[in-house]
Design a protein around this ligand. Structure first.
Ligand SMILES: [Zn+2]
Length: 140
């Protein structure tokens, strides 16, 4: 962002130390590229107004260290954990006619072992090793 001085003979709002308040000040002249002589419209005190220094930010950008966790396969850990705890559990053979319930272990002929993560009237979300799948169940 480039700051520019207000034009000469125009007024702008800035703090007046003498008034101890924000006042309109008339720009009398530009003294440098970044400062101007100004006069308070209330107390008529004259002062030099300087633009805040642009750029040159002193705050170093925080280095993005390896602390940022990037999880490639967000459910892999959860799946592995479930398999560790329940790997020996016999999965229920998957069938669209079976009504599954939350947390049940499923044995799917194509996708393998899965765990029911969400149950709707006619669909279940099942977490398999590679992906979360929505399958039809409870079909009459
Ligand atoms: Zn003033």
């Amino acid at each position: 962002m480039t700051m520019t001085l207000p034009p000469v003979a125009k007024s702008f709002h800035t703090f007046c130390k003498k008034c101890d308040a924000d006042r309109y000040h008339t720009v009398l002249a530009h003294t440098t590229a970044t400062s101007a002589k100004i006069e308070c419209e209330v107390c008529h005190s004259k002062k030099t107004y300087s633009l805040p220094k642009a750029g040159g930010s002193t705050v170093k950008k925080r280095a993005t260290s390896g602390a940022t966790k990037v999880r490639k396969n967000s459910h892999a850990d959860e799946y592995n954990q479930l398999m560790m705890n329940r790997g020996d559990e016999k999965g229920i053979p998957f069938s669209i006619r079976t009504k599954f319930e939350l947390d049940q272990k499923i044995d799917h002929p194509k996708f393998g072992a899965g765990f029911v993560k969400n149950v709707l009237a006619d669909r279940v979300d099942v977490m398999f090793q590679d992906e979360l799948k929505t399958l039809i169940h409870n079909k009459q």
